[in-house]
Design a protein around this ligand. Structure first.
Ligand code: NAI
Length: 408
């Protein structure tokens, strides 16, 4: 595997997390010359379990390349701990690779130990990462660059916890935004992350952080959950329904409408602030045409494109099994618990500040918040009692488009 050029200084990388993505990142980064990796997991006894499981063995990444060949990458991280006081000092690059609901705990844990001019990365960031980062990182955090990636670089899963992880395939390209905030980093930011991640996917920089927020993966799941389960009678089902291949006309219409609302939001931002290049924000159908053109059999409509995308073959709705072997929807899966408070509520908040009406997002949110037992949207305003658990800009005192475009 060829790599980008080695950075000019030693990289002391902190990986925050302990799941699939954190396993891959830890294994790849530890194998790069000039990169020292500390892993911080705050989840239960995960760090201890990982440390004990690895013991004095090598950690293994099985990396399936696009051409079907596989690489075996072995390495050892420098440290795996749940103690931020040990893990954070001296780190010049910090990468969060953990679901968004866990970010707040990591920001709070690292804040007292973070050094000026550190580069903080969300891989993926999920919407609102930047607002939370500015809010929680304190004085030293003010000179930290914030890098937000639209997704994870790989489809991956842990094979043996703490010992071996599989990369099922890297993406072709992956976009990020960089808010520099006067960070005087001693290494070039994007080439260094590319060096750590490896040659694929090709990392690119989007025009600004608002584009990355409006582009997030999270756009797809809540409208599809809503469209599929809004009229569910509560009866267990004999089989798990297919998530993409079973896409209904109604779900596709909802996705189209939500996507139009996001594009309208991007246009409104550009209209009021012409310097903000929002052209990265495109309709979901156009996104499929760009990113999955070789995998889609029928490109005649958004619905058919999603139904016939071979990358999604066999993917089912998140379901829980009942004692008698039937299935009910799992509304605690991240399509709801992550993609509503850290996805759709953030989109809705940005749209509100841009003055764009969002009837389709609102319809989805009213249903989703009821299912989650939360209250975000009340009478068309993001003023519900549970807004404090979301990452909408309003929660972090961004009250106008001016505030949003001036986050630098
Ligand atoms: P994961 O599902 O493996 O994350 C589990 C980890 O989250 C745990 O190991 C633990 O470290 C942490 N965690 C779980 N519950 C917690 C709690 N209550 N408190 C604190 N920490 C807790 O996540 P994965 O697969 O690594 O994904 C990371 C992000 O990348 C997610 O946002 C996911 O949506 C996204 N993503 C993942 C892909 C994949 O192939 N795995 C593909 C595309 C995106």
């Amino acid at each position: 595997m060829a790599h980008a050029e080695k950075p000019p200084v030693q990289i002391n990388l902190l990986v925050c997390g302990g799941g699939n993505g954190a396993h891959v990142l830890t294994g790849l980064a530890s194998s790069r010359p000039g990169v020292k990796v500390n892993v911080l997991s705050l989840f239960a006894d995960e760090a201890e379990r990982w440390r004990n499981k690895l013991a004095d063995q090598y950690f293994v990444v099985q990396f399936k390349e696009k051409d079907g060949t596989s690489d075996i990458i072995t390495s050892r991280p420098n440290m795996i701990t749940n103690d931020p006081q040990k893990a954070v000092p001296g780190c010049n690059l910090i990468i969060f690779t953990v679901p968004a609901f866990a970010h707040e705990g990591y920001f709070k844990a690292i804040a007292p130990y973070i050094e000026p001019n550190t580069v903080i990365v969300g891989l993926p960031s999920q919407p609102g990462f930047q607002f939370q980062c500015c809010d929680l990182l304190g004085i030293a955090g003010k000179t930290c660059a914030i890098v937000s990636f639209e997704s994870l670089p790989w489809a991956c899963r842990i094979e043996t916890f703490g010992r071996m992880v599989q990369v099922l395939g890297p993406k072709d390209t992956l976009a990020c935004s960089i808010i520099n905030r006067g960070c005087r980093s001693l290494f070039p930011i994007l080439p260094t992350i590319q060096y750590v991640v490896g040659k694929e996917p090709k990392l690119t920089e989007a025009a600004n952080y608002l584009s990355i927020n409006l582009l997030a993966d999270a756009v797809v799941h809540p409208p599809m959950m809503y469209g599929t389960w809004k009229d569910w009678d509560g009866q267990p089902m004999a089989e798990k329904p297919l998530f993409y291949q079973g896409l209904s006309e109604f779900c596709a219409e909802m996705l189209d409408k939500v996507s139009n609302e996001l594009v309208a939001t991007a246009k409104a931002i550009h209209q009021k602030y012409p310097d903000m290049d929002m052209s990265d924000v495109i309709h979901l159908f156009d996104w499929y045409k760009l990113n999955y053109k070789d995998s889609i059999a029928d490109m005649s409509s958004l619905r058919m494109a999603m139904k016939t995308c071979s990358a999604y073959n066999g993917l089912c709705h998140p379901m829980k099994e009942t004692p008698d072997g039937k299935f009910v929807p799992d509304f605690h899966y991240r399509y709801m618990t992550e993609d509503i408070p850290f996805g759709m509520v953030v989109f809705r908040g940005i749209a509100e500040l841009a003055g764009v009406a969002t009837p389709a997002m609102d319809e989805t949110l009213y249903w989703g918040q009821k299912i989650l037992g939360k209250e975000f949207l009340v009478d068309g305003k993001l003023e519900g009692k549970d807004m404090g658990m979301t990452r909408a800009p309003q929660r972090f005192h961004f009250h106008s488009l001016f505030d949003l475009v001036n986050l630098r």
